[in-house]
Design a protein around this ligand. Structure first.
Ligand SMILES: Cc1cc2nc3c(=O)[nH]c(=O)nc-3n(C[C@H](O)[C@H](O)[C@H](O)COP(=O)(O)O)c2cc1C
Length: 464
């Protein structure tokens, strides 16, 4: 008997429905797999709403589709038992607490098994999200595989283009562990055994985005740290791969060695159609699922579902790197509208000249997606982009305060990266005021004055 439901996606939905009923939207009206589900989430976002959405009646399938699971800061914070404002801090503390996993005998996904010719991925309600997409895409497939050299496993989302009953195109453009594991398998002349896991708890999503950790650590141990208890896994049937016991669907197969086929275009988190891809191929040999499985899909494009987790995990990761040497760093913000990827803003209480540059070099070096870094003084609200732009406008002397680092490895799908080398020029902007100089004094309005102003306005019939 499996007791893994607090670690399952359905457990997360049940808890959310119970505690924050306004944050789960069940749509019973029939919807098409083509474009409709994605447009609904973007329309909700336009009116300032970001609930988990369950499409209960998707054309051509009995399986409900759950989406926008990670588009809401309040719900993610609740998963970590934190206040929304403390989400990056809670994440950065927990993700360094590696907890060994527990392996159980049987996964909840072992009810229905389809093998060989029975495998037909076209039967899954895989959404076709943007008009530009080459095909329907599995966007919430956690790919799990082991390093052919060390045996340490990893798990991460990689977009999967539906190509046929048992064939998926896959792009490993982040060029992190999965890319490297596949390269190592290929160098040994064989394909990489892998499992695609669909329908996992948002803390799995969160933990899978961690990129800076020691090579002997399993991502599952980081996810355990986020749960605060051992992550429960079960062995599936490919290689000796272990996958979350409470998942909805598991697709077992391999990423082929030496095979490259066209993959994409796909509507990416950059807000652009992405034609760039590593063009790998995954072949499915077996599919297992719960009897009442539902399908999980991440809304693609520049949706909150696609980006918010990257904002939170990058804020935490950059903060971790900075705090090692700079205790006076206050906070980091990776804004949604910079795709949760390409820009980081650092707040610091500067005590010595040169510290902002140290912070920028460290932050720029944490990983490939962080391309621009702005450092501001701690009087600037880094979550208010207008305040940040004010600091850039009034404290930056371009000849002294901006530096460029050309030729750095970057993201393949960053539209500014060189189409051949996939490198970019990184940029640091020091928007802090110089120390010890008679620099212009910022205007302020005291709390007292504000309270008095509110009282005056209230007398004039305006609630402020
Ligand atoms: C919804 C979503 C989709 C993603 N799709 C891809 C993808 O198609 N290819 C890729 O290389 N990285 C993709 N990423 C980023 C990786 O999941 C992330 O870099 C992860 O840490 C890689 O794990 P790995 O070290 O096991 O390779 C995606 C992230 C999210 C949140």
């Amino acid at each position: 008997m499996l007791t893994a439901d607090n670690q399952s996606l359905r457990g997360f939905i049940a808890t959310t429905e119970n505690m924050f009923p306004e944050e789960v939207l069940r749509i019973r009206e029939p919807v098409s797999r083509e474009l409709e589900m994605t447009s609904v989430i973007f329309e909700l976002d336009r009116i300032g709403r970001s609930p988990v959405v369950v499409f209960e009646n998707v054309a051509g399938s009995k399986m409900p589709v759950v989406t926008n699971v990670a588009g809401n800061r309040k719900l993610l914070a609740h998963c970590l038992g934190a206040e929304p404002v403390n989400l990056p801090t809670a994440f950065r503390e927990r993700c360094q607490n590696y907890i060994p996993c527990e392996v159980v005998n049987k996964g909840a996904w072992d009810d229905v098994v389809m093998e060989g010719d029975q495998v037909d991925l076209t039967k899954l309600p895989i959404p076709f999200q943007f008009a530009v997409d080459a095909a329907p895409y599995i966007t919430a497939g956690q790919i799990c595989a082991r390093d052919p050299e060390t045996g340490v496993d990893t798990t991460g989302f990689h977009r999967l283009m539906l190509k046929g009953a048992n064939r998926l195109g896959i792009s490993l453009h982040s060029r992190r562990r999965m890319y490297e594991f596949h390269r190592r398998a290929e160098a040994r002349g064989h394909s990489l055994p892998a499992a695609i896991v669909i329908g996992t708890h948002p803390l799995h999503y969160m933990g899978s985005m961690v990129y800076a950790y020691p090579p002997h650590v399993r991502k599952y141990e980081i996810i355990g740290g986020l749960f605060g208890e051992p992550y429960r896994l079960a062995r599936c049937g490919v290689g000796d791969i272990e996958v979350p016991a409470a998942a909805e669907i598991v697709i077992e197969g391999e990423i082929l060695a030496g095979v490259h086929e066209p993959e994409g275009p796909f509507g990416e988190f950059t807000g652009y159609a992405s034609y760039r891809s590593t063009q790998n191929v995954f072949v499915a040999h077996r599919v297992r699922m719960r009897r009442d499985a539902f399908f999980h899909s991440v809304v693609s494009g520049m949706s909150r579902d696609h980006i918010l987790m990257s904002c939170v995990t990058r804020e935490g990761e950059i903060l971790n790197a900075l705090r090692r040497n700079l205790p006076n760093v206050r906070a980091v913000h990776v804004p949604h509208k910079t795709c949760g990827a390409f820009l980081a803003i650092v707040s610091m209480k500067k005590i010595a000249e040169g510290e902002p540059k140290m912070a920028m070099l460290t932050a720029l070096g944490t990983e490939l997606y962080t391309k621009h870094v702005i450092v501001v003084d701690d009087d600037v609200d880094i979550f208010d982009m207008e305040d940040v732009m004010w600091a850039v406008a009034t404290r930056v002397r371009a000849d002294k305060d901006i530096f460029l680092v050309p030729g750095v490895k970057s993201a393949i799908i960053d539209p500014t990266s060189d189409p051949k080398t996939f490198t970019v020029t990184k940029m640091g902007i020091d928007a802090t005021a110089p120390l010890g100089e008679d620099f212009a004094e910022r205007l302020t309005i005291s709390d007292e004055q504000r309270a008095r102003a509110r009282a005056i306005l209230s007398g004039a019939g305006i609630a402020a």
